[in-house]
Design a protein around this ligand. Structure first.
Ligand code: ISJ
Length: 441
C-alpha cells in the first residue's frame, strides 16, 4: 500500500530543506534548487545487470506497481510509489539497482508531500528528528584503477586510434577514477548538503551509495512531455580571464562545437521515434557552473501515442515507458562516443576499469511512468566495507574506521584532443565531489 498526502504547513517537515529530512544511513535523493524527492528505507529492491538491465527494471517496476494499492491525495508526478534508479553504464561489467523506499518526501511547484509504503494498516514509519550529520574527518587521495598518468596515456591512445581509423571512430568518452579516503566513516548526507549548496542548478542525487550533483539530464518525462539537457564541450576557469571571455571562446571553438553536435544529434536521433514533435535548438548555449562551463542543448518533445520507429505496436504512454526510452537513448555521444557501437567497447579496453554506475542513468520513476533520469556525473561511489568493490591492494585505504569514495570524471576525446588538456578537464570535473568532501567554500 502506498499512501500520499500533502504535508500540513504546521508540520515541522513542511519547511525544512528536503535534504535536511534524510535520517541518516542510506540516502535516496534527487533534488534540484530545493525541489525534488528524498527517500529512505527499502520496501522493495531490484538488483540486476547485463544487457537486459533496462528490460528487467521495466518489468520489475510494472509488476510491482500492479500489486501496490495506491491512495494518492496529491496527484503530481513523483507522488504514489517511486523507484529511485541507478543503472550501470555498460552491459558488462556493472550492477544496476532500483529501490522503492518506505518513505518518500517530495516537493514540486511549491507543494510538499509525503508517501509511505507498507502493509495496509501498518504504523507509519517514523520520520522524526534525523540523526546529526557526521563529519568525514581528514580526507586524503590515492590513485584508483586508472591514475591521471594512465588516463593521459589512454587519451593519447584514443587520439592515435581515431586519427588512423579514417572516419570510423570520431569521439570516445574516457574517464578515470580517484580514491578519497576519509578518517571517519562517510555520511552520505554530508556530501549531499555540500553538493546542493554549491551546485543548485544541478541534480543532487544519491542511490545505493552513488552520490553526486549532475548538470546533465538524460530524460525527463511528465505525461506526454519529454525533456533532455545535453552537455558536451567544456572549458574551465583560468586566472586572469573572465567567465564571459571563456564562454565566448567555448562557443566559437570548432572542436567543442563538433563534440557537442555529436552528443545533441545522438540524443535527438534516438528520442525522435518516440515523439510526435521534437524541438532541438540549432546552436548550443553555455551552462556556467562554478568548476566548469559546458555547451548545452535543451531538447523538448511531445510523445506520440505509438512510436513512429521500428516497433509501432508498442504503446508509449503506459506504466514504465520511460525506462524503454532510457534504454534507447543511453549512452548518448556525451558519455559514450561516436559512433556509439564502435566507441563503447574501446572505452572498456582503454580504461581497463569498472565504471560501475558512473555515466549511467540515475534518477526516479513513478507508477505512471513519469520521472527524471540524469547522467551520473560529478559523483563518487561510496564503498562499503565488504562490498567487494575495494581497490587493488596498496591503492590507499580509509583506515580501520574511515570511509572511502571512488570518484570518476572524464571527457569526450576527439582526434584533435590534447592529452594534457584532457587531464586538466577531468581534474576540473572532479572538483565538485572533492570540494564537497573537504567542505571547501
Ligand atoms: C564525462 C563527463 O562529462 C561529460 C563530457 C563532457 C565533455 O566532454 O565536454 C561534458 C559533459 C558531460 O557530458 C564527466 O563529467 O565525467
Amino acid at each position: 500500500m502506498a499512501r500520499t498526502r500533502r504535508l500540513d504547513p504546521a508540520d515541522p517537515r513542511h519547511d525544512r530543506p528536503l535534504l535536511d529530512l534524510l535520517p541518516g544511513g542510506e540516502s535516496l535523493s534527487w533534488v534540484r534548487a530545493g525541489e525534488g524527492l528524498v527517500g529512505w528505507g527499502c520496501a522493495a529492491r531490484l538488483d540486476t545487470s547485463g544487457a537486459g538491465r533496462f528490460a528487467d527494471a521495466d518489468s520489475w517496476w510494472r509488476r510491482l506497481c500492479g500489486h501496490i494499492d495506491v491512495d494518492d491525495a496529491v496527484g503530481l508526478p513523483g507522488c504514489g510509489p517511486v523507484a529511485f534508479a541507478s543503472l550501470a553504464f555498460a552491459d558488462v561489467p556493472g550492477d544496476s539497482v532500483l529501490v522503492l523506499p518506505e518513505v518518500i518526501i517530495g516537493e514540486r511547484d511549491g507543494v510538499r508531500w509525503i508517501t509511505t509504503v507498507g502493509e495496509p494498516g501498518a504504523a507509519e514509519p517514523t520520520t522524526g528528528d534525523p540523526e546529526p550529520v557526521h563529519q568525514p574527518g581528514t580526507v586524503s587521495y590515492s590513485d584508483g584503477w586508472l591514475s591521471a598518468t594512465g588516463y593521459r596515456q589512454a587519451v593519447a591512445e584514443a587520439v592515435r586510434r581515431m586519427r588512423s581509423s579514417g572516419d570510423e571512430l570520431r569521439k570516445i568518452v574516457l574517464a578515470h577514477d580517484l580514491l578519497a579516503n576519509t578518517s571517519e566513516p562517510l555520511d552520505e548526507r554530508f556530501l549531499l548538503h555540500n553538493l546542493a549548496a554549491r551546485y543548485d542548478t544541478c541534480w543532487t542525487f544519491a542511490v545505493d551509495g552513488l552520490v553526486g550533483a549532475t548538470p546533465e539530464l538524460l530524460l525527463e518525462r511528465r505525461g506526454y512531455e519529454v525533456r533532455s539537457r545535453v552537455l558536451a564541450g567544456t572549458a574551465w576557469p583560468h586566472p586572469g580571464r573572465t567567465d564571459d571571455e571563456i564562454a565566448a571562446e567555448l562557443l566559437s571553438s570548432e572542436k567543442n562545437r563538433s563534440e557537442h553536435s555529436y552528443a545533441a544529434e545522438s540524443l535527438a536521433e534516438s528520442l525522435r521515434p518516440f515523439c510526435s514533435e521534437l524541438s532541438v535548438p540549432s546552436a548550443p548555449s553555455v551552462l556556467r557552473l562554478r568548476n566548469v562551463l559546458h555547451l548545452a542543448t535543451d531538447v523538448e518533445g511531445k510523445l506520440a501515442d505509438t512510436p513512429t520507429g521500428s516497433d509501432p505496436g508498442r504503446p508509449n504512454t503506459d506504466g514504465a515507458g520511460l525506462l524503454t526510452m532510457i534504454e534507447a537513448v543511453h549512452p548518448t555521444a556525451a558519455v559514450g562516443g561516436t559512433p556509439t557501437a564502435a566507441a563503447v567497447p574501446v572505452i572498456a579496453e582503454l580504461e581497463g576499469m569498472d565504471r560501475g554506475r558512473y555515466a549511467g542513468p540515475v534518477g526516479w520513476i513513478d507508477g505512471a511512468g513519469n520521472g527524471e533520469l540524469g547522467i551520473a556525473l560529478r559523483c563518487g561511489q561510496v564503498e562499503r566495507p565488504g562490498s567487494g568493490a575495494e581497490s587493488p591492494a596498496g591503492a590507499g585505504s580509509g583506515g580501520a574506521r574511515g570511509g572511502r569514495v571512488r570518484l570518476f570524471a572524464g571527457g569526450g576525446i576527439v582526434p584533435d584532443s590534447d592529452p594534457d588538456l584532457e587531464v586538466a578537464e577531468a581534474e576540473a570535473k572532479l572538483l565538485p565531489v572533492r570540494e564537497a568532501l573537504e567542505g571547501v567554500l
